[in-house]
Structure formats: structure tokens, C-alpha cells
Design a protein around this ligand. Structure first.
Ligand code: PHE
Ligand code: FE
Length: 287
């Protein structure tokens, strides 16, 4: 979301989509996908929500090579009515939300280079497709993403996108879920990152706090390092219900005057599951 140029790149359609050009991927690009896929699929067993693994499975994402969006969209369409469309990179907020509201997930069509295996600035096809698409095969999460798109368009009218973006960040990108008593990963930014898949679940450094809608929308986030706080939902149903049942307009008005919270804040009324040591964040400051 955000930070996109305001002029549409040459060759992009009016909705900013481009052809994926699947046949143009080189063997080494396909090999990069296979490498990343094998590494994450193995590590995520027992760490990620079973809903994510079910999505990988029904969408046949383990098939070797970079997925072809046409084939992927065909499967997804049948399951939840979503499709995946290619874009050249980040797109303007209103364009992004409009796609989501219409059940189209926008994905970069490029893949990281060998130098970028562990870190890259812009989301590539591995983050976008491996990270985000499996949960779109789940009807509840599929509804949440559409509702988020509609809510996004609405937030622009109130000038409150910065608050709503935090909800996306702490759920869709960096969310944790408690399932059968265990913490599991589901956020795309975590599951597509080797390092953060371990850190978010096992490291003593970050806080893990029960999800609270208003609290999350007050909390700033860091885009260039592991999170200092993760928010934990009880279920996808609960996340969807809470966001659908809440009219965000009064919340936005209220948050206008409430101070933002730093990424490591713990409040007296937070339901804290793990109080982090913040050792990792400290080490990053002094090094
Ligand atoms: N209910 C929200 C609103 O009033 C819309 C929304 C739904 C936002 C789901 C995010 C997720 O704007
Ligand atoms: Fe993402």
C-alpha cells in the first residue's frame, strides 16, 4: 500500500494491471521460486496456520516453477471468487483498494534476484503469491480482504488511511493467530520471510498481544525490520466479524486526538501473551 508513483507506467492498463508474461520467466527465475518455496514450505510446517497450508494445497502452489496467474486465478475463482492480477510494483491506494473490493489481488510479476534472497524493499511475486494468496482460498479470509478494500476506499474519504493501514499491517502482513491453544503464523510478511517466520513465533524479543481493533489502529509500525509487537487474533471469523460490525468512522474521529503508540508500547489493559525482552531491537540500536 502507498508510496506509489502517481503516473501509470507505460504499458499498464487503466487499472494499473499488466500482463504477467509468464512465458518470459527464465529458468533461473523459476529456480528461485522453487528454492524459496521449498525452504518456506518445510519450515512452516507446525508454525503456520493450517488454513494457510490448506490453501497451498488446494491451489496446487507446490507445483514447480513460478505460478501462472491464469491457472491460479481459475482455481481461486472456483473456491472464493478471487483472482490474481499482475502489476508493475506498488500502485496508488485507491487503485489497490478498488481491486480488493472487487476480489482481485494485485501481485508484482517480478521475482527477487539471488542477491535479494533474504531481504528486498519491494514485494515480489514470492511475497505476494506465496505469502498472500493461500489464505484467499479460505472463504472467511477472502471476505475479510474484500471488506478491507471497501473499508480502504471509505478511509480515503475520511483522510484516515494511515490508521486503517495499521490494521492491514498487523493482520494481513504480520498477524499471528491462536489455534487449538498454540500460536501460529498467518501474516504474509512473516510467512514469506525465512528469518521472521522463526523470530515472530520463537524469539523472546517481541511482544505478543491479543488483537484489539482500536489499539492496533493506534500503533505505529516499522517497515524495515522485524516487528517489536505482534497482535494475535482468536480466529479469522472473529477478525471478520469485529471489522464488519464496527463502523470505523467514529473510530477514526476518536483516533484523530488519541496519541499514536510506539511499536514497543505495552498498555496496562493489553492482554499480553508474551511480554517481549526487546533484546533484538536493542541490539539493532547499538550496532
Ligand atoms: N467496517 C469498516 C468501516 O466501517 C470496513 C472494514 C471492514 C475495514 C473490514 C477493514 C476490514 O469502514
Ligand atoms: Fe504484502
Amino acid at each position: 500500500m502507498g508510496h506509489a508513483p502517481n503516473t501509470r507506467p507505460e504499458g499498464a492498463f487503466e487499472d494499473w494491471t499488466i500482463p504477467q508474461q509468464w512465458s518470459a520467466y527464465t529458468p533461473s527465475e523459476h529456480a528461485m521460486w522453487d528454492h524459496l518455496f521449498a525452504r518456506q514450505a518445510e519450515m512452516l510446517k507446525g508454525r503456520v496456520s493450517p488454513t494457510f497450508l490448506a490453501g497451498l494445497d488446494v491451489l496446487r502452489l507446490s507445483k514447480p516453477g513460478i505460478p501462472d496467474f491464469e491457472e491460479l486465478s481459475e482455481r481461486l475463482q472456483k473456491l472464493t471468487g478471487w483472482s490474481v492480477v499482475a502489476v508493475p510494483g506498488l500502485v496508488p491506494d485507491d487503485v489497490f483498494f478498488d481491486h480488493l473490493a472487487n476480489r482481485r489481488f494485485v501481485a508484482g510479476n517480478f521475482i527477487r534476484t539471488p542477491e535479494q534472497v533474504d531481504y528486498l524493499q519491494e514485494p515480489d511475486i514470492f511475497h505476494d503469491v506465496f505469502g498472500h494468496v493461500p489464505l484467499l482460498a479460505n472463504p472467511v479470509f477472502a471476505d475479510y480482504m474484500q471488506a478491507y478494500g471497501e473499508g480502504g476506499l471509505r478511509s480515503l474519504k475520511y483522510g484516515s488511511l494511515d490508521k486503517l493501514a495499521r490494521l492491514y499491517w498487523y493482520t494481513v502482513e504480520f498477524g499471528l493467530i491462536r489455534e487449538a491453544g498454540d500460536l501460529r503464523l498467518y501474516g504474509a510478511g512473516i510467512v514469506s520471510s525465512h528469518g521472521e517466520s522463526i523470530f515472530a513465533l520463537d524469539d523472546p524479543s517481541p511482544n505478543r498481544i491479543s488483537f484489539d481493533l482500536k489499539r492496533v489502529m493506534r500503533t505505529k509500525y516499522k517497515i524495515d525490520d522485524y516487528q517489536q509487537t505482534y497482535f494475535v487474533i482468536d480466529s479469522f471469523e472473529d477478525l471478520l466479524r469485529q471489522t464488519l460490525e464496527t463502523d470505523f468512522a467514529p473510530l477514526y474521529a476518536e483516533l484523530e486526538t488519541a496519541p499514536d503508540l510506539t511499536t514497543d508500547t505495552v498498555l496496562a489493559d493489553d492482554r499480553v501473551l508474551t511480554l517481549g525482552t526487546q533484546a533484538y531491537a536493542q541490539s539493532r540500536k547499538t550496532s
